[in-house]
Write a protein that binds this ligand. Structure first.
Ligand SMILES: *Cc1c(COP(=O)(O)O)cnc(C)c1O
Length: 400
């Protein structure tokens, strides 16, 4: 009798008790709006920004309604002009090209390598051919490109880097936390990311003017003085009457839910990696299964796992996914013809115009992706790994 898995791939852990208690207090106060404070009170949202900035080691932090909102706002605050090109990875999630379009930019997609990171050769070529001033770098599924080489290339070409850290909150490159390499970085606290407030996001930067513009954009009115991890008054004076208010503030309820989760984040990152290693161990040396290479300098947080099946045909991958699903293991495939659930490919973003990415298409055609929620135990992950191994070996044997 073959083993099956019965857990849910979309079930996150409950919100911690202290976060629930604080959320109830905030609701009891009625002061959910971040600028609705009693005399002498500092809003939960301002405290969260201060604590996130300290945890990351960055000067300024702004909490907003979503990760996608943070990305759009970063481009507006950067000063993107309508129709301007913005470089980004050809393999990422839909909110990234969507954020570029939302800032009236034009996405220019860059190839990714078989290790699932942006291709620096293609990036160099497209910096030259597009004339772009900015790269929105997506650390897609937590895979981090050689950031030393990337920053050298972009600095040398005067291209600003905005990091999409939706999957790298808690990760680092060469000891420097993800989100501290570029001009600015964006994070998401949507339910499936590394902290859970349902929806939410952060924009961080050390650039005072950019952050003053972002704060006004987020809908601070003239109440920006109630922020803590925020630039000084004189910087706001320069930008406040020239910058539109495009409401997208975080509220105190979400902030109350997030503050206790921040204390658990570093420990949770270790728990994700234990789960990742448990699955990866079962799949090591399985013929036909290729894992992206992860350099020693990449201190990743694996809240999901990816591998390629480069020798498998489309039919074989489809059979493999069905066999795994029949045993309770829900895998996503970036090579499917139609976009499914959260998984879409660059050819589905037709508003960005058709872009020729043969190398990315080849990688995506065999790319398998799976979430690793913390509700899975390490034993669950070993079982999942065994099921995937057995399904892959069965297809392999059938093909031989
Ligand atoms: C989730 C996600 C975003 C956007 O975050 P939201 O908070 O859902 O808007 C951006 N980039 C990537 C890679 C993501 O996975």
């Amino acid at each position: 009798m073959s083993e099956t898995f019965t857990g849910s791939f979309t079930q996150q852990e409950p919100i911690p008790d202290d976060a629930i208690a604080r959320a109830v207090e905030v609701m009891g106060s009625g002061r959910l709006h971040r600028y609705n404070t009693a005399p002498g009170e500092t809003a939960e949202t301002a405290l969260l920004e201060q604590e996130f900035a300290a945890w990351l080691g960055v000067t300024y932090c702004l909490a907003v309604t979503s990760g996608g909102y943070a990305l759009t706002t970063s481009l507006r605050a950067f000063g993107l002009k309508p129709g301007e090109p913005v470089l980004t990875n050809g393999y990422t999630l839909a909110p990234v090209p969507g954020a570029i379009a939302g800032a009236s930019g034009r996405p220019v997609l860059v190839e990714v390598t078989e290790d699932h990171v942006i291709d620096l050769h293609d990036l160099k070529a497209k910096i030259a051919s597009s004339g772009a001033r900015v790269l929105m770098l997506s650390h897609m599924r937590g895979h981090i490109v050689d950031m030393d080489a990337l920053m050298e290339l972009c600095d040398g070409a005067s291209v600003a880097v905005i990091e999409d850290c939706a999957h790298t909150m808690g990760a680092a490159w060469n000891g420097v936390k993800s989100g501290r390499h570029g001009l600015a970085a964006c994070y998401s606290t949507q339910t499936y990311k590394h902290m859970n407030s349902g929806e939410g996001g952060f924009l961080v930067s050390a650039d005072a003017e950019l952050m003053a513009r972002a704060t006004i954009l987020s809908g601070s009115y003239m109440l920006y003085g109630r922020h803590i991890a925020s630039p000084p008054e004189e910087v706001f004076r320069k930008v406040r009457l020239k910058t539109p208010n495009c409401s997208g503030r975080m509220d105190n309820l979400r902030a109350a839910i997030l503050r206790p989760q921040l204390k658990l984040l570093d420990d949770n990152c270790k728990r994700w990696n234990e789960r990742y290693h448990a699955v990866a161990h079962e799949l090591a040396n399985v013929p036909g299964v290729r894992f992206p290479h992860r350099p020693d300098k990449e201190q990743f947080v694996a809240s999901s796992i990816q591998f390629n099946l480069p020798g498998f045909s489309k039919q074989q991958i489809s059979d493999f996914l069905k066999a795994a699903m029949a045993r309770g293991v829900e895998l996503k495939w970036f090579g499917a013809e139609e976009p499914v659930a959260f998984t879409s490919r660059h050819d589905s973003w037709t508003y960005a115009g058709r872009q020729d990415l043969p190398q990315t298409d080849k990688v995506l055609s065999t790319l398998i992706d799976m979430r690793l929620p913390l509700t899975f135990t390490v034993d669950d992950c070993k079982l999942i790994g065994r099921i995937i191994r057995e399904c892959a070996m069965t297809i392999n044997a059938g093909a031989a």
